[in-house]
Design a protein around this ligand. Structure first.
Ligand code: GLN
Length: 544
């Protein structure tokens, strides 16, 4: 194994952007020609974030292999421009689950199973599982804040790893907050000192300190942090607030972060080639114009709940040299009376995915408004299912048409639980099985989708087959396919065996397309997703 490890911990408080800092390090090391991956270790007890409420934890991110992961995996994929999977995200719950399974199986031969060494060994094994001869660097982000009780086993495990693997193979990076007290006009290093003290009490001496700060840190301040925290003077970096998250790798590069990492880890890597990233950032800062798009969903109070969507729309803007202003609208507040007023002025409307009936009627009203007023519309997952319900109710006049998720006894189950398909899937793709409270299984991860020629979908993709990620339980009911097609809703994407509907669109509309999958998980700033590119383009062309 040739892999070296960079462990990223966070101090003082959460939400400092540890995930973005780890992702940016990834960008820089990859630009040096190194083979890089990033892992996230989350201290909570949930086995994975799949069942967690997006209101609390933000979006559940889905990888090609069907893992439901922390949203930081999204940052990693977008900044690394590569696909990650189940092996890149572990929670305490998953670690404990593995250990308890082994204990029940008798693997520990009657020994007392303890946090040290059993849990810590399991953590180390999870981290080491990504290592190989081809992988140069694995960046490992530890969720939470140093000092949290629940994060201790992870911190202990990474402490041991320096002894196990040797100094040249393990690096500790600590991200802290360096607040600027406006009234005093002073920058304060004390929280950083305390956080490093806490880290040292567990036995870890950081090699690099990243200081999240509103202002650039002077050499004097850096020297002070270096002295009190016992790190090299040139190992203290400012992680300054940036206008766009995509500025961060360049701002850290200018400070020399990748250079310092390369020296400390003895990486024989050339200087980074950041040309494409620089071009990207230039585009982000110099848009030709602006467009505005409403996201109508129920998780709008926590922006993190739509993280990938938000980014994918920004990428769609980048592809068109435009900036996208996003307006979040709560679907629970939308009615047929106030819809026009709530959505006034936007040039495009997106209805995202979701679970449960709350806010669904507002989404359906929104879609009717977009369809009738010919406003560019993009529906994703539940957004597509709502578009199908709206069309069934208002165009096909299927009174009471619904999804079985919301009305089990609907006379027109245009969206339904496809039991046969679940049975087939259960047998063939075990790894993606997840028992749901409804006894069905979720369709998770990447599946192929055939794109019908001469449709908006084909216009966007330009190829006959694509792969897209899924996370849902209900499907379009093909029993009604003919009714939809005869009346103007075209099925433009389907599974290769034609049993599942993946994309629908209305061709007699400036741009009305909805898909069962989540294209936002396949978009990154260097390769904006074709559907987002075309949707944003349609909003730019929309003149009302
Ligand atoms: N609740 C719907 C389903 O389970 C849609 C899921 C989603 O939007 N991710 O099919």
């Amino acid at each position: 194994m040739n892999t070296k490890f960079i462990f990223v911990t966070g101090g003082v408080l959460s939400s400092l952007g540890k995930g973005l800092a780890a992702a940016s390090m990834g960008t820089l090391l990859k630009a040096r020609g190194l083979n890089v991956t990033i892992l996230k270790l989350d201290p909570y007890i949930n086995v994975d974030p799949g069942t967690m409420n997006p209101f609390q934890h933000g979006e559940v991110y889905v990888t090609d292999d069907g893992a439901e992961t922390d949203l930081d995996l999204g940052h990693y994929e977008r900044f690394l421009d590569q696909h990650l999977g189940q092996a890149n995200n572990f929670t305490s719950g998953r670690i404990y689950n593995n250990v308890i399974t082994k204990e029940r199986r008798g693997d520990y031969l009657g020994g007392t199973v303890q946090v040290i060494p059993h849990i810590t060994d399991e953590i180390k094994q999870a981290i080491l599982s990504v290592a190989s001869d081809d992988l140069d660097v694995a960046i490992v982000e530890i969720g939470g804040t140093i000092g949290d009780i629940e994060g201790l086993p992870f911190v202990e495990a990474i402490r041991q790893m320096r002894n196990d693997l040797g100094k040249d193979n393990v690096l500790y990076v600590h991200l802290t907050l360096v607040p600027y007290i406006k009234t005093a006009g002073e920058i304060k290093t004390k929280p950083t000192q305390h956080s490093v003290k806490e880290l040292r009490s567990i036995g870890i001496q950081p090699d690099i300190i990243l200081c999240r700060s509103e202002v650039e840190l002077s050499d004097e301040i850096k020297a002070k942090i270096s002295l009190f925290c016992n790190v090299d003077k040139d190992a203290v970096f400012t992680c300054i607030d940036v206008e766009s998250i995509y500025d961060l790798p360049l701002s850290l590069y200018e400070e020399g972060l990748d250079q310092k990492i390369a020296i400390l880890l003895r990486l024989s890597a050339k200087n980074p080639n950041l040309h494409t990233w620089e071009e990207l950032v230039k585009k982000v800062h110099n848009p030709k114009g602006r467009t505005s798009i409403a996201i109508v969903g129920k998780y709008v109070d926590l922006k993190e709940a739509y993280k990938s969507l938000h980014e994918a729309l920004i990428h769609g803007g980048i592809a068109n040299d435009y900036a996208v202003d996003l307006v979040y609208v709560n679907s629970e507040e939308i009615t047929s009376e106030n819809c026009a007023e709530k959505l006034a002025g936007v040039k495009g409307i997106l209805v995202p995915g979701g679970f449960g009936s709350r806010g669904v009627e507002g989404k359906i009203e929104t879609i009717r408004y977009a369809r009738e007023n010919k406003i560019p519309f993009f529906g994703i997952c539940l957004g597509m299912q709502c578009a199908v319900i709206e069309f069934a109710r208002n165009v096909l006049k299927f009174k009471g048409a619904d999804s079985e998720e919301f009305a089990e006894k609907t006379p027109y189950p245009v969206i339904y639980l496809m039991k046969e398909w679940f049975d087939i899937r259960k047998k063939s793709i075990q790894r993606r099985d997840k028992e749901s409270e409804k006894g069905g299984t979720m369709r998770l991860g990447a599946y192929p989708c055939v794109v019908k020629p001469e449709t908006r979908a084909y216009e966007a993709y330009g190829v006959a087959q694509v792969s897209e990620r899924h996370r849902h339980r209900f499907e379009f009911n093909k029993m009604y396919a003919k009714d939809f097609e005869k009346n103007g809703m075209t099925i433009s994407g389907f599974s290769p065996d034609e049993t599942l509907v993946e994309i629908v669109e209305i061709q007699d509309h400036p741009w009305f397309l909805a898909c069962q999958f989540h294209p936002e998980f396949n978009s990154n700033p260097l390769h904006p997703h074709p559907l987002f590119r075309e949707f944003v383009k349609a909003t730019i062309q929309y003149t009302k």
